[in-house]
Design a protein around this ligand. Structure first.
Ligand code: PMP
Length: 350
């Protein structure tokens, strides 16, 4: 069939399972176990849905302004999108337009190579060291752009911000994207570096720390020139991606900083408790500063533990990929959920 020759063929990204079952413990996609801010709920209850007759504000000004105020930057430095996946995909399209390969770690967010493939961007992966840490020297080579999450996913490892500064400073001819999807759980943001470097863009999301994965809101912060380039591509593609409820509810979530801090604090506390329990059970892992742990067991292969957990309604994530096939990524849930996980594992290992 000739028409197939003209098709853009790609291997799509595989997201974690979203089982259609009740009564499961879902620790497989790094969602927040707590509901969004009550302010979001209140707003939804009194939202004027007549407004849906109109196209939304394509500049999503309300949300952009609230984020700009929160992060002490100018609104012209903020770009919002439909989850950080949308922001990152547009950033790949905008900034990674050269001939040299874009660099990212070999073990990282598994959407990066998918975007590179779909947009026909040359890329090269840089192997993490034996402790799953980034080797900064790898990023001092000629490149067409750099993207690294901090903390990295799925390892949860937080790298020092000074290492990122070195990478950004060494690459004035490339855009460096730091994907801070998990930074709120104990990381240090690269945002202060924006004052010094115009080739840096920081991306964050409402999907994890703000408990709004279902709303689909992500954002990038960078200097105005860089954000303007991103907007040019976005408005050449689809202007009205941010719908009215997402703009309104997203803004309400940011304004409820007390709830944000409280729920993030709870998750961090539960994470630390879970670390202790899993250590006692024979798991080892690097010190995660995210809302998940990336663990391996001294005796039982990860694939077997994964299957046993799933059998019993506890969903975690496992990849059949080189270097990480003996690891499980476990999202931090509520205390109750983590107690159930630990109780199951205690019985499983006897
Ligand atoms: N970056 C990283 C490192 C992630 O793990 C995720 C979540 N899958 C995302 C970006 C995208 O999240 P979202 O599109 O929900 O903002």
């Amino acid at each position: 069939m000739k028409w197939e020759e003209n098709v853009r063929k790609v291997t799509p990204y595989v997201a974690g399972e979203q089982p259609k079952k009740d009564n499961i413990i879902k620790l497989n996609t790094n969602e927040n176990p707590y509901p969004p801010s009550p302010k979001v709920r209140e707003l939804a209850a009194r939202m004027n849905l007549d407004g849906l007759r109109l196209y939304p504000d394509m500049n999503a000004e309300k949300l952009v302004n609230v984020l700009a105020q929160y992060y002490h930057v100018e609104p012209s430095q903020v770009f919002v999108g439909v989850g950080s996946d949308d922001v990152l995909a547009l950033a790949f399209m905008t900034f990674f337009n050269g001939e040299k390969p874009v660099l990212f770690p070999d073990i990282t967010y598994s959407f990066y190579d998918v975007w590179a493939e779909v947009f026909r961007i040359p890329y090269k992966t840089c192997p993490l060291d034996e402790n799953f840490c980034i080797r900064k020297e790898d990023y001092f080579a000629p490149n067409g752009g750099i993207v690294i999450p901090n903390p990295n996913a799925p390892t949860g490892i937080l790298e020092d911000i000074r290492m990122f500064e070195e990478i950004v400073a060494a690459n004035p001819d490339s855009v460096v994207i730091i994907d801070e999807a998990y930074v709120d759980f104990g990381g240090k943001s690269a945002l202060p570096l924006l004052e010094k470097y115009e080739n840096l863009m920081v991306v964050q999301t409402f999907s994890k720390s703000r408990a709004l994965a279902g709303l689909r809101v992500g954002y990038a912060i960078g200097n105005k020139k860089l954000i303007d380039y991103l907007k040019d591509v976005k408005f050449s593609f689809n202007s009205y991606t941010m719908n009215m409820p997402a703009i309104e509810m997203g803004a309400a979530a940011v304004l409820d900083d007390a709830y944000f801090k409280e729920t993030v604090g709870k998750i961090v506390k539960t994470r630390e408790w879970t670390k202790e329990q899993l250590k006692k059970l024979g798991f080892s892992f690097a010190d995660s500063k995210s809302n998940f742990l990336f663990v391996t067991h001294e005796k039982v292969p990860a694939g077997e533990i994964f299957a046993a957990l799933k059998e019993n309604g506890i969903y975690v994530r496992h990849w059949n990929k080189p270097r990480i096939d003996n690891y499980l990524r476990i999202t931090i849930g509520t205390d109750e959920q983590m107690r159930a996980l630990v109780a199951f594992l205690e019985k499983y290992f006897v």
